[in-house]
Design a binder for this molecule. Structure first.
Ligand SMILES: [Zn+2]
Length: 222
């Protein structure tokens, strides 16, 4: 099957996002995965199951038809987390990149069933809310996807109780940023908890940071 130029570019970006997971310290061995979605082609590409990150190339990412779930790449199995990625693309219309990790500090909050509270301006900037923690959910069918949808707020990530993190964005790179920032702020809040009680930022103050970051920060079109 020949793929569009957009799909070739998506493969490059999803390959990059997967390779950055160990570089950013978000995964151990094979414990995370990244995908990207091209609605024009009705396709996503996702990390192959159990493959070393060094061995991932744009070409060996697994292509899957999003409307049917049909795996189009022969001889390479997709990540076992494919059903959750598919569910998020089907139910969150603006999402073009999804990442799953068990990154340590964020997963420590998930282990005790606690959200990452809104106690840093960096959390207000990127997430606009606490990073919620959903209850423990088994991995059958669409259970994880359904529970994410039920418990998510406007933050582009969520903690999965007793499990890890899902992060998403308007591209694989923005999902990577959300995954990296989730771990970074979880680490800072965990450190803060060793020396005192972190203080919540009032909602109206958080709104100012979120608005500035999302509407005025950076360069137009980036
Ligand atoms: Zn997992």
């Amino acid at each position: 099957m020949s793929e569009s130029a957009a799909m070739k570019a998506l493969r490059e970006e999803v390959c990059y996002a997967n390779k950055m997971l160990p570089v950013a310290g978000l995964v151990t061995m094979h414990s995370g995965n990244a995908s990207g979605y091209d609605p024009d082609s009705d396709l996503l590409v996702i990390k192959p199951s159990g493959m070393d990150y060094e061995a991932i190339t744009p070409e060996n990412l697994v292509a899957v038809r999003v409307s049917t779930g049909e795996v189009l790449t022969e001889g390479i199995r997709p990540s076992v987390d494919l059903p959750h990625h598919l569910f998020l693309y089907r139910n969150m219309p603006d999402v073009r990149g999804v990442i799953h990790t068990h990154s340590n500090y964020a997963t420590a909050f998930a282990a005790v069933g606690r959200p990452v509270p809104l106690v840093l301006t960096a959390i207000a900037d990127e997430f606009g809310a606490e990073i919620p923690c959903m209850p423990y959910t088994d991995n059958e069918g669409e259970h994880i996807g359904e529970t994410i949808l039920k418990f998510k707020n406007r933050a582009p990530s969520i903690l999965l109780g007793n499990h890890g993190v899902f992060a998403w964005g308007k591209s694989p790179k923005s999902a990577l940023k959300a995954a990296v920032m989730t771990e970074d702020v979880a680490k800072t809040v965990w450190l803060a908890m060793q020396i005192g009680t972190p203080k919540e930022i009032p909602a109206e103050e958080a709104e100012k940071w979120y608005d500035r970051y999302h509407n005025r920060y950076g360069q137009p079109g980036c």
